[in-house]
Design a binder for this molecule. Structure first.
Ligand code: ADP
Length: 206
């Protein structure tokens, strides 16, 4: 099983590009944000704990996320060709736990990070907020999420760069352009049954 760790700040287009990846490569899409929001909607005990954390733009504690991921992979159909991890890992602790879990399950993964300028991102999220109904798509919470991304989550990119399991894609322009870059990376990996070509390019296409 070959997995894609889809990184990038809030609003960089992870959800949109995931739909195109699913269509072409037939991978499962796991959005940890959607998973957490479904717990809130279902009114579970976990959901009640999560509501205020997500509305404040903070990260859910690592041990809860690591536990959720283990459960997700336990329940996954063994015939599944792979998973797009959209929004996971967001901390180095989650990344380390994921590496161990992949090793235990004899799986591989590569990180592809979406890059977009902050003004583009903020405009996208404010637009999405008009219809998404999401408690965190408002200006102060978007700024808070961006800060968390810079202060905590960007270290995850460093983690994968050091492992030579990292690519970056520019998602400033439009979804077609983003997906064209994505295919350029994924086609050879898929053709070589999950073998990541080295060295991985680390600079964004500006
Ligand atoms: P975005 O990428 O736009 O921030 P997501 O739907 O991926 O949106 O995440 C929404 C929120 O869910 C995050 O701000 C955070 O509170 C929580 N969340 C999602 N994934 C994780 C994770 N891996 N670790 C901790 N919190 C998470």
């Amino acid at each position: 099983m070959f997995n894609i760790i889809l990184g990038g700040p809030p609003g960089s287009g992870k959800g949109t590009i995931s739909d195109s990846i699913v269509k072409k490569y037939h991978l499962e899409h796991l959005s940890t944000g959607d998973l957490l929001r479904s717990e809130i909607k279902a009114g579970t005990e976990l959901g009640k704990e999560l509501e205020s954390i997500i509305a404040a733009g903070q990260l859910v504690p690592d041990h809860k996320m690591i536990h959720l991921l283990e459960h997700y992979f336990d329940d996954l159909d063994p015939k599944c060709p792979g998973v797009i991890l959209d929004g996971y890992p967001r901390t180095v602790e989650q990344a380390e736990a994921l590496t161990l879990m992949m090793k235990r399950r004899k799986m591989k993964a590569v990180m592809i990070e979406l890059y977009a300028d902050e003004d583009v991102i903020i405009e996208r999220l404010l637009n999405r907020g008009k219809t998404s109904g999401r408690a965190d798509d408002n200006y102060p919470t978007i700024k808070k999420r961006m800060r968390v991304y810079h202060e905590v989550t960007m270290a995850v990119s460093e983690y994968y760069i050091k492992r030579h399991e990292y690519f970056m894609v520019n998602s400033n322009i439009n979804p077609d352009c983003t997906f064209a870059q994505m295919q350029h990376i994924l086609d050879p990996i898929v053709a070589n049954a999950g073998k990541v070509p080295a060295p991985a390019p680390a600079n964004p296409v500006k």
